[in-house]
Write a protein that binds this ligand. Structure first.
Ligand code: NAP
Length: 256
């Protein structure tokens, strides 16, 4: 780890760190000097990442938790603080995307999206907030960061993704309200809105929906998870007086 890395002395908690954007982001924040708390349900995947990061000289703890369970989300944040001593950055990234026409949809898919994308994110944000306020008030950076991972779907509504759109619009609305509430105390609340990224996300869809998604993006070179990790790292390494409120980042060929 190079001396004077931008996140030296900082602790970051990343939800959904077992794959895709969360995994890449945890790796990147650790490379930038943060001690990282890795949260998701697949403990084996978290442990493999933690081993890799420790091998590279970073501090990493794994926390197996389902963020849709409020007590588990709260306990995850508390464990990160207990084991790593503080909390400077929360990356609220865990999410699911289950698409398809509204009329045909299994309502269980809607419930899952609302539970993970909205309630999971809210529980983690609420539990982290006192620690972020404390870090902003007394930590070496004089600021703290809450990064919420939304989507292009949080800006642009499309037929076939109604409830996913609804959950990500909720993330955007919540983020902006919270930003106004805490920015005076130097907690920066940021929104990252990726377009299509090559991860496991689409793979949880029903086969007919997956076919539609694959056709839509067949001719597009999708973003890599590292591209989004870059955006998160940019946000959280700005000087204290700079708040990057929102980053919308699409593959170059993605029109909508
Ligand atoms: N990929 C894209 O094209 C794209 C575009 C825009 C926005 N996004 C957003 O980016 C975020 C990350 O998605 P990804 O693309 O990296 O997909 P991914 O590879 O499927 O990662 C999703 C992560 O969320 C975690 N997760 C899901 N349910 C959870 C729960 N109940 N409790 C705790 N963790 C849970 C998963 O871990 P476990 O299964 O181990 O719990 C996994 O680590 C999501 O919010 C997604 O909406 C992705």
């Amino acid at each position: 780890m190079p001396a004077n890395s931008p996140l030296d002395q900082s602790v970051a908690l990343v939800t959904g760190a077992s794959s895709g954007i969360g995994e890449a982001t945890a790796r990147r924040l650790a490379a930038d000097g943060a001690a990282v708390a890795l949260v998701a349900r697949r403990a084996d995947r978290l442990e493999a990442l933690a081993e890799e990061l420790r091998g590279a000289g970073s501090t990493a703890v794994t926390i197996e938790a389902d963020v849709t369970e409020r007590a588990a989300a709260e306990a995850a944040v508390q464990r990160a603080v207990d084991e790593l001593g503080r909390l400077d950055v929360l990356v609220n990234n865990a999410g699911v995307m289950l698409l398809g026409p509204i009329a045909d949809a299994p309502v269980e898919e809607w419930e899952r999206m609302v539970q993970v994308n909205v309630f999971g994110l809210l529980y983690c944000a609420k539990a982290a907030l006192p620690h972020l306020l404390e870090a902003a008030g007394s930590g070496p950076r004089g600021t703290a960061d809450l990064v919420n991972v939304s989507s292009v779907a949080g800006r642009q509504v499309r037929m076939g993704s109604g409830v996913y759109n609804a959950t990500k619009h909720a993330v955007g609305a919540f983020s902006e309200s919270l930003r106004q509430e805490v920015t005076g105390r130097h907690v920066r609340v940021s929104l990252v809105e990726p377009g299509a990224v090559a991860t496991e996300l689409a793979g949880h869809n029903r086969p007919e929906v997956l076919d539609t998604i694959k056709r839509r993006f067949a001719d597009i070179e999708r973003l890599e998870a590292d591209d989004i990790a870059d955006a998160v790292a940019y946000i959280v390494t700005r000087p204290r007086h700079v708040a990057v409120n929102e980053i919308l980042i699409r593959p170059t060929q993605q029109e909508q």
